[in-house]
Design a protein around this ligand. Structure first.
Ligand SMILES: Cc1cc2nc3c(=O)[nH]c(=O)nc-3n(C[C@H](O)[C@H](O)[C@H](O)COP(=O)(O)OP(=O)(O)OC[C@H]3O[C@@H](n4cnc5c(N)ncnc54)[C@H](O)[C@@H]3O)c2cc1C
Length: 388
């Protein structure tokens, strides 16, 4: 294990690993990734694996078009099966106001040459015959959207990064930084249990890809981040015969559910009044709310049994857009967090873009728009198609 790195990436979730992989691919010789947990210990191992290009902002639509292309080729390039199945996303809405917003988003998507269609409730039912159309006002559908199995996606990036010389230190907690004249010179590490790495990793460049914990890391350098962790719960049922092709998402209450390749119905729902803070507990309140909404959409599912329930953290920003790129206050400290409930699907493309910016030092229009400084400058952004 090296004690000196060209770049240290904090967080071995999908974002940190994708960045590390691309840094190494761009020729950075010594990249070290550190994580206080195991691979998949954070949100990257706890999510629903949904991947879609149906968004309201052109930037997100275009990014996700590229990301879906990467997902399609991932298995053959990384030599790992990620069970990517493109059954589409079916969004449903229950009010006229939401229908208008959905139509506006579909217009943006069509302008980006995405084949998304607005559907009547009856047309939505042709895609999911078990859907109860009562109360549904309209829907949108895109057959290119899909779902991956998150764990092999994480492992695939980890293995590919290691093959390119990246060192991954799991069970290694970042405790602080060594600084000289306002610049980072090392990352102070502590081993969690017997397997981690302890000591100082000398480096001059650090990427904060610690997801929900990224504000804690930034605080060690005197940087205040506006993103906050909020628990998001999810569950999976006993396996059923395959019957559900798309992931169904209800934009009125944040319900989403899809059927895994093993037949389980995997889904979650947004909850109101979730206090900020890292919390991985599971609640009865979630199960009740999810069950009510799920059986409203698909009454047939009232008879299915939930087998497993878990939770993770959404990494929420005030304007529903991520925080990426250099931090003005600390030279060579780069942000890669605030990816809300959609960082998994964005990592394949954002990992590449963030690595390119670090290596070339060049700002792009997207990267400057998503920089931390937008909060100081009052240039907040928006995104309407948020689930959960
Ligand atoms: C229930 C749920 C469902 C979701 N569904 C979807 C979905 O369908 N599609 C989608 O795209 N996204 C989804 N998301 C969001 C997605 O999972 C995240 O946006 C994404 O995984 C974030 O990846 P990350 O690498 O930034 O963070 P993480 O995977 O959380 O990784 C951060 C890592 O930093 C490490 N760390 C923290 N502090 C320290 C420290 N001091 N020292 C060292 N390491 C540290 C942690 O251990 C962790 O492994 C969902 C999230 C949840 C919780």
């Amino acid at each position: 294990m090296r004690t000196e790195a060209d770049i240290v990436v904090i967080g071995a979730g999908i974002m940190g690993l994708a960045i590390a992989y691309h840094l190494a691919s761009l020729g950075v010789a010594k990249v070290s990734v550190v994580d206080r947990s195991y691979l998949c210990g954070g949100a990257s191992g706890r999510n629903g694996g949904g991947v879609r290009a149906q968004w309201s902002s052109e930037a997100n639509v275009r990014l996700m078009q590229e990301s879906i292309r990467i997902c399609r080729d991932f298995a053959s390039e990384m030599k790992i099966n990620v069970w990517f199945r493109q059954g589409g996303y079916l969004f449903i809405v229950r009010t006229e106001e939401k229908r208008r917003a959905l139509e506006a988003s579909v217009k943006v998507q069509n302008a980006c040459k995405l084949s998304t269609r607005m559907l009547t409730p009856k047309e939505a039912q042709e895609i999911v015959p078990e859907l109860d159309t009562d109360g549904i006002v309209a829907a949108s559908y895109n057959g290119d959207d899909g779902v991956v199995f998150p764990w092999p996606f994480v492992w695939g990036f980890a293995q590919a990064a290691q093959k390119r010389g990246v060192e991954i230190h799991t069970f290694t907690d970042v405790k602080g930084f060594e600084m000289e004249r306002g610049e980072i010179t090392g990352v102070v590490l502590d081993a969690v249990g017997k397997r981690g790495t302890k000591g100082v990793m000398k480096t001059r460049k650090v990427v904060n890809a610690a997801g929900a914990w990224s504000p804690e890391i930034a605080k060690m350098l005197g940087v205040e981040l506006p993103n906050k962790p909020h628990r998001h719960e999810i569950c999976s049922t006993e396996p059923l015969k395959p019957w559900l092709r798309p992931l169904v998402a209800d934009l009125s209450d944040g319900l989403y559910f899809s059927q895994s390749t093993r037949g389980e119905i995997v889904g979650g729902i947004g909850q109101e009044h979730v206090p900020p803070g890292v919390n991985h507990d599971s609640s009865h309140a979630f199960l009740g709310r999810y069950a009510r909404s799920l059986t409203r959409a698909c009454p047939l599912l009232g008879r299915v049994k939930v087998l497993r329930q878990w939770s993770g953290c959404y990494d929420l920003t005030p304007d529903a857009n991520p925080i990426v790129g250099p931090v003005d206050l600390v030279p060579n400290f780069f942000q890669a967090s605030g990816f809300m409930g959609h960082g998994f699907m964005m990592a394949p493309i954002m990992g590449k873009k963030i690595a390119e910016q670090i290596v070339t030092g060049k700002d792009t229009e997207l990267m400057s728009r998503w920089n931390l400084r937008r909060f100081k400058e009052g240039k907040l952004l928006s995104e309407a198609m948020i689930i959960g």
